[in-house]
Ligand binder design. Structure first.
Ligand SMILES: [Zn+2]
Length: 318
């Protein structure tokens, strides 16, 4: 019996058919969003789901799940806020379920990734693990006592929205969630890129400016890291702050939840080894000594597959 999972991000949606016993992806399909309206995205979800099922040579299962980069009220199937899609209060489970003719469960993308990494990846074999991911956004997936912890309404693990800056800054850096002082608004990939571009516009980050030939559109987090490593003091300062803020947030999760394993991942952390090392060193220094003592810190193992694998397991009731 195969399982169907979808992973919906700000720029694309992917569907995969999974063998839930072996963890093998039997087939998958992906589409970039030309249009982020709920109607267009649901239609794209239907196309990739049907394409993956057809490629796997199986029938649509009776249920599926979709991981969404945003705040999801799990039991109601509502996407409350997905800033990268520009969505507020979209009843995704109902719309997608009706369009596909099956039961659909909606969960946060990192909760889905946590299920995937727990069953087949870097969190395998432990009952208590925390996924801490920094990509275009920042988030966490929490496994407590062998189960996914989604909180009372599905919003647990939203570490990107913990407040790390106590007072308004200039510019104020309002988060996609609408609030001020959020970790993600200072350290998410979109935020780091925006901050580096501001520095270029103000005549700073000269090393980075030279590396991109003055073209701010070419700035991505790994280029900021390269400039920091090559001696650009402004880039190094941004990287130092990002390492501190991300490391402190991960340390605080470790202090509160005492996981056996902390899984670090996401495109920014995995694509920037210097930042990864700083975050790891910082969190080891700042987690409580008692919780830090027994902690193993590991890299995410399933890469981009974690979300669809976990969603497929969740959709099959796993
Ligand atoms: Zn926020």
């Amino acid at each position: 019996m195969s399982a169907l999972g979808l992973d919906l991000g700000g720029t694309s949606v992917r569907a995969a058919v999974l063998d839930p016993v072996s963890g093998a992806i039997l087939a998958s399909a992906k589409e970039q969003h030309a249009d982020r309206s709920p109607e267009a995205v649901v239609a794209a979800c239907v196309r990739v789901a049907q394409a993956a099922v057809a490629a796997a040579g199986c029938a649509l299962p009776g249920s599926a799940a979709i991981g969404v980069a945003g705040q999801c009220a799990g039991h109601s199937g509502l996407v409350v806020n997905a800033p990268n899609l520009g969505w507020r209060m979209v009843p995704l489970a109902e719309r997608l379920g009706r369009a596909l003719g099956l039961r659909v469960r909606v969960l946060n993308d990192l909760s889905a990734a946590a299920i995937g990494e727990h069953r087949f990846g870097a969190a395998r074999g432990v009952e208590d693990a925390v996924l801490f991911f920094a990509g275009s956004g920042v988030g966490a997936g929490l496994l407590v006592g062998g189960r996914l912890a989604e909180g009372g309404a599905g919003f647990a693990g939203e570490v990107g929205h913990v407040k790390v800056i106590p007072r308004p800054t200039t510019p104020e850096r309002r988060c996609g969630c609408g609030q001020l002082g959020c970790l993600e608004a200072y350290t998410g990939g979109h935020a780091l890129t925006a901050r580096a571009r501001e520095a270029l516009a103000a005549g700073r980050m000269q090393g980075l400016a030279a590396a991109v030939g003055g073209d701010a559109a070419l700035v991505i987090p790994s280029r900021i890291e390269q400039a920091a490593a090559a001696g650009d003091a402004d880039a190094a300062s941004l990287w130092e702050e990002a390492g501190e803020l991300l490391g402190d947030a991960a340390a605080n999760l470790v202090t509160v939840l005492n996981p056996a394993r902390l899984v670090l991942g996401g495109g920014v952390l995995l694509g920037c080894p210097l930042l990864f090392a700083r975050v790891e060193a910082r969190l080891r220094d700042r987690a409580s000594a008692s919780a830090g003592q027994s902690l193993a810190v590991v890299r995410a193992a399933l890469g981009d597959d974690a979300g669809v694998v976990g969603a497929a397991l969740a959709g099959a009731g796993g």
